[in-house]
Design a protein around this ligand. Structure first.
Ligand code: PGA
Length: 253
């Protein structure tokens, strides 16, 4: 019942023609195998979102996710892009709570909660990221850290609202470092997150919530990570910038 999801978070990479070429390469590979059993999310920089929406419109399992949305509705917020604007161009998902947004753009829980609220009001599904730092991993506080991150944000939602949430567990020490969590470490945390969802909501909701792993997931290690019971796919950064690598990761889920 849980959806298998592979999301490519391109971050701030690729110029316009490179971005269009990457989408075409990915969709060609998917078309060749007619692999429609999975949900694939492409998350390009905001400036390319509409083009990517148009390019994937013939691929029913491919959706477009924004890397961010504003914490406020439309109005005098220079430089911001609202959730309802994203929805109006055909974007269906938004990534919220990525550690880079928390760290470099000072996104606090209260900001994240406003973004989640605006996203859900605009009918966007949310990929909500959580993850501990290396220090928190080493001092063994990681379970508490993740639990707090969830309780302070998405666990405040009603059960109905929570159905629009996909969780991405992304240990910060594994993002862009080439240092992946072992399949056992990832499974242990995913199982813990699932247990937390069950305690806060119901078994039914737990069984419907996809939990993705992110952090140096690549074509080589994806199959082992995805074979774990509680890992339903991945949020892929670096390895989503190469069509073949990304396709191999999609094939592994
Ligand atoms: P990475 O990034 O795959 O390059 O480690 C993952 C992410 O930040 O979502």
């Amino acid at each position: 019942m849980r959806k298998k999801i592979v999301a490519g978070n391109w971050k701030m990479n690729k110029n316009y023609s490179e971005a269009m070429e990457l989408v075409n390469e990915i969709t060609n590979l998917l078309f060749d195998t007619k692999d429609n059993n999975k949900t694939i999310l492409l998350s390009p920089p905001a400036i390319y979102l509409k083009d990517v929406v148009d390019l994937v419109s013939d691929y029913p399992s491919v959706y477009v996710a924004s890397q961010n949305c504003a914490a406020t509705e439309n109005g005098a917020y220079t430089g911001e892009v609202s959730a309802s604007m994203l929805h109006s161009i055909g974007v269906t998902h938004v990534i919220i709570g990525h550690s880079e947004r928390r760290l470099y753009f000072n996104e606090t829980n209260s900001i994240l909660n406003n973004k989640i609220e605006k996203a859900l009001l605009a009918d966007l599904q949310v990929v909500f990221c959580c993850g501990e730092s290396l220090e928190q991993r080493e001092n063994n506080s990681f379970f508490d850290v993740i639990k707090t991150q969830l309780f302070d944000t998405v666990f405040k939602l009603s059960a109905e609202q929570f159905k629009q949430i996909t969780i991405a567990y992304e240990p910060i020490w594994a993002i862009g470092t080439g240092k992946t969590a072992s399949a056992e470490q990832a499974q242990q945390m995913h199982q813990f997150i699932r247990e937390c969802i069950k305690n806060n909501y119901t078994s039914e909701i737990t069984n419907q919530t996809s939990i993705l792993y992110g952090g140096s997931c690549n074509a080589k290690n994806a199959a082992e990570l995805f074979s774990q019971n509680d890992i339903d796919g991945g949020l892929i950064g670096g390895a989503s910038l190469q069509a073949q690598d990304f396709y191999q990761i999609i094939s592994a889920v």
